[in-house]
Ligand binder design. Structure first.
Ligand SMILES: [Zn+2]
Ligand SMILES: [Zn+2]
Length: 280
């Protein structure tokens, strides 16, 4: 794995934080969610075991934090079996090259996300004109050029299974990005939803604010296919998740989650789809 890996040429540190930064929440005994600035990562696997994976790879410059967090939970010198990506947006792959170099582990993502992870295709530009206040305006500075993970990244198996995570399956939930996936465990109905929906107010995403809980559609400035995004939310709602970790905001569970998700699935056109913007 010593071929050249590189971040996109517009890679940069994004000065944004939330009050959740540095905080972790246990969602199930073996499912842990931790907030890096404004984005969440997941660690799945029993604490102190050697069988675990990392979901998503945080913000730019967060590799040392992720490594020490991992060692705290799983033991000194521990490393995940793999890094699984919900998608390849800058705030989910910010530390991935340092992590792959440090751990020498494979990365898995959906086949349709690979062009954005192997330096071939840029994401469409974030839309700073979309309805969404401050965050939307700020999105003009968000990187959208592809990173190149070379041969370190490979496609998830087409049968829905996930390497090193036999109890979970992946579900294609496009719309926010073409190869966006969510991860689901049928036995306890734990869902890792990435950015298919989020549990924080959109205008609070990138600000130092209380991240008031509110189920919301995918982050607007990057979502380019709203029809697919709606279908994805309906698919996730049908799973009746008992608990959900999303890419942004605190994990939610129980009635709070099911009521919010049902409302989002039913009223996605009113709640999630912005009134204006160039990808509407
Ligand atoms: Zn995203
Ligand atoms: Zn995100």
């Amino acid at each position: 794995m010593d071929q050249e890996m590189s971040y996109g040429s517009d890679y940069k540190f994004i000065p944004a934080t939330s009050i959740g930064s540095g905080v972790g929440v246990t969602v199930a005994p073996d499912v842990y969610c931790h907030t890096i600035q404004i984005v969440n990562i997941g660690l799945i696997g029993a604490p102190k075991s050697n069988e675990f994976v990392l979901i998503d790879a945080g913000m730019q410059g967060s590799a040392d934090d992720i490594i020490s967090l991992t060692e705290e939970r799983f033991g000194e010198g521990s490393r995940p079996k793999a890094i699984l990506l919900t998608h390849g947006h800058f705030d989910h792959v910010g530390a991935i090259i340092e992590l792959v170099e440090h751990w020498q582990v494979p990365v898995y993502a959906h086949e349709q996300e690979l062009p954005f992870l192997t330096g071939k295709t840029s994401y469409l530009e974030p839309d700073p004109t979309v309805e969404g206040g401050m965050v939307a305006k700020m999105s003009a500075m968000f990187p959208n050029e592809p990173i190149n993970l070379g041969e370190s990244v490979q496609a998830l198996p087409s049968d829905g299974s996930i390497p090193f995570l036999p109890e979970f399956r992946w579900i294609h939930t496009p719309g926010h990005s073409p190869g966006h996936v969510s991860f689901f465990r049928d036995s306890d109905r734990v869902l890792i939803a990435g950015d298919a929906f989020v549990t924080v107010r959109q205008d609070a995403l990138y600000k130092v604010l209380i991240q008031e809980e509110e189920i919301n559609g995918p982050p607007r400035y990057f979502t380019t296919d709203w029809h697919a995004a709606w279908e994805s939310v309906k698919r996730l709602e049908e799973l009746k998740p008992s608990a959900a970790i999303t890419g942004h905001g605190v994990p939610m569970s129980g009635d709070h989650l099911s009521n919010g998700l049902q409302k989002l699935a039913n009223q996605f056109d009113k709640v999630a789809i912005p009134d204006y913007g160039k990808y509407i």
